[in-house]
Design a protein around this ligand. Structure first.
Ligand code: TYD
Length: 206
């Protein structure tokens, strides 16, 4: 069983890289699932709509973490764990590290509390590999600004996103064996080649 997550700051090209990796994996394996957080299940997608609604400016960081965690508790049990148990490769666009980076480093909620809540939500499930696409946040936000994808999280201040990025880098430094940190300013095919090389090693146990 292989559980791979993707993380990145806004506009890092995560979606493009996931799409390319999926095409490559599906050409070699029957059992590959792509899902995303928040969302991925019927219940989770409804929670996602509440979380990302630009009208919900009054949402407190505490409410936010519990909603993200509720969606996570659902997707882990309804989708991710059962598929992993059946031998699928599961790719998830964002997972628990997003909570530590955004709600923890970004909003300043205590990391210890977040780790406890996350542990409860995931039942201890951790990714085998986490690909992080690292990018200067001003470049990333400029790439996304004004597009339809602009949501409540992206409307945060620049300083918030800079803390998120620093948070990701700190998380990656703390667990270097799990993280693959890539410079997202590189050409798309170069980034994809790095990802495939690491995933190949992983799948073949090298
Ligand atoms: P989405 O449109 O999926 O953004 P992206 O394409 O960048 O993944 O929106 C998800 C947003 O939710 C994104 O800004 C990150 C944020 N988020 C958190 O703040 N905490 C979390 O635990 C998760 C999973 C996402």
């Amino acid at each position: 069983m292989t559980f791979i997550t993707f993380e990145g700051v806004e506009g890092s090209g995560k979606t493009t890289q996931i799409r390319l990796l999926m095409a490559w994996l599906q050409a070699q394996h029957d059992r590959v699932l792509l899902t995303r957080e928040p969302g991925g299940t019927h219940i989770g997608e409804q929670i996602r709509a509440i979380l990302l609604d630009p009208a919900h400016t009054a949402m407190t960081p505490e409410a936010e973490i519990l909603l993200f965690s509720a969606a996570r508790a659902q997707i882990v049990r309804e989708l991710i764990r059962p598929r992993l148990a059946e031998g699928w490769i599961v790719i998830c666009d964002r997972f628990a590290d997003s909570t530590l980076a955004y709600q923890g480093y970004g909003h300043g909620l205590p990391l210890e509390d977040l780790r406890r809540i996350t542990e409860f939500a995931t039942g201890g499930l951790k990714p085998d590999l986490t690909v992080y696409l690292d990018l200067d946040v001003e470049i990333g936000l400029r790439r996304k600004a004004g597009t339809e994808e602009w949501n409540r999280m992206e409307a945060q201040t620049l300083a918030f996103h800079q803390r998120v990025r620093a948070g990701y880098l700190a998380l990656a430094r703390a667990e270097p064996h799990r993280w693959l940190v890539l410079d997202a300013t590189q050409p798309i095919d170069v980034i994809q080649a790095h990802i495939r090389a690491r995933v190949r090693e992983f799948l073949h146990g090298a």
